[in-house]
Write a protein that binds this ligand. Structure first.
Ligand SMILES: NC(=O)C1=CN([C@@H]2O[C@H](COP(=O)(O)OP(=O)(O)OC[C@H]3O[C@@H](n4cnc5c(N)ncnc54)[C@H](OP(=O)(O)O)[C@@H]3O)[C@@H](O)[C@H]2O)C=CC1
Ligand SMILES: O=C(O)C1=N[C@H](C(=O)O)C[C@H](O)C1
Length: 260
């Protein structure tokens, strides 16, 4: 059994992960963290607020962390100090905070993935392949929609899609456009638009549009609950436990060639 700690266990993903770890045959809950410590008892979970303290008694092999970029940076440092592997699903990283996780991943294995759903990762791969095949004759746009409580925008998945599309088309960060307003003029050929919708209880939707002359291709993934994110995270936890230190992503877990 793989001894697993879940951070942010009172969150939306934390609750999904708690149920899935309990249902799994090969992972066991070794502890959990939350800032709402009084809720741990009713969840039947042992743990506390500080991951370092939880790890000092939990004999954990892996931490699954869906919290926030800021919290994940601190959690990665605490795991690195104790030699515990990690799966990080948090989004909202800046180049600097990602570099901090990469620094921790010099001493422990870390899977850092803005989307742990296998289906989404297949879509990411197909999006790059479609862009390569279609080439320059199509205008590429990414649209994402999420629930009203989501804190970061665009979603980590939309940013990942934009990154792999840019790489497939030989374009760079400067070609990404996150908003349009006013007299913007004709669309530059090189542009890749990334647009955000927020509202209601939308779990997560991503579409890549390829607008051509006289046709349009749309590649869409819609999550209708959080289970596939959680199941993918458990798969990543099994894969990362006992690996060599390094920063990995879901492409590594799934045995795909990296797309960017
Ligand atoms: N990779 C993937 O496939 C997916 C990634 N995500 C990402 O996972 C993250 C969590 O999403 P979700 O579960 O919906 O969010 P929630 O807000 O429901 O849960 C976040 C949890 O993390 C805790 N947390 C947040 N910030 C901190 C902090 N600074 N220190 C300690 N604990 C903290 C919260 O604690 P408290 O309750 O005390 O506020 C809460 O328990 C987001 O970044 C989201 O984008 C989400 C779904 C899928
Ligand atoms: O916050 C969410 O809910 C989600 N976040 C991830 C992201 O930012 O890409 C993945 C998923 O779509 C749900």
């Amino acid at each position: 059994m793989i001894r697993t700690v879940i951070t942010g266990v009172t969150g939306r993903m934390g609750g999904t992960l708690l149920r899935l770890v309990r249902e799994s045959k090969d992972l066991e809950l070794a502890g959990a963290t939350t800032r709402q410590v009084s809720r741990l008892e009713s969840l039947g979970v042992s743990g506390g607020e500080d991951l370092g303290r939880v790890l000092d008694t939990a004999r954990a092999q892996v931490v699954i962390d869906f919290t926030s970029a800021e919290a994940s940076v601190a959690h990665a440092r605490q795991c690195a100090e104790r030699g515990v592997a990690m799966v990080i699903g948090s989004t909202g990283f800046t180049a600097e905070s990602r570099a901090e996780v990469a620094a921790s991943a010099k001493s422990i294995p870390v899977v850092l993935a803005p989307n742990t759903s296998v289906g989404v990762n297949v879509v990411i791969r197909m999006a790059a392949e479609l862009a390569r095949v279609l080439g320059e004759g199509y205008d590429v746009e990414v649209l994402e929609a999420h629930h009203r409580m989501k804190k970061d925008a665009p979603s980590g998945t939309a940013l990942k899609l934009a990154e792999v599309l840019a790489s497939a088309l030989g374009r760079g960060q400067d070609d990404l456009t996150y908003a349009r307003h006013g007299q913007i003029g004709a669309r530059p050929k090189q542009e890749i638009g990334v647009q955000t919708l927020r509202g209601g209880d939308v779990v997560g939707e991503h579409t890549v549009y390829y607008f051509g002359e006289g046709e349009r291709i749309e590649l869409t993934h819609r999550a209708t609950n959080r289970d596939q994110f959680g199941l993918g995270a458990l798969r990543a936890a099994r894969w990362v436990t006992g690996r060599s230190p390094g920063l990995y992503d879901m492409a590594d877990v799934l045995g795909f060639q990296r797309t960017s």
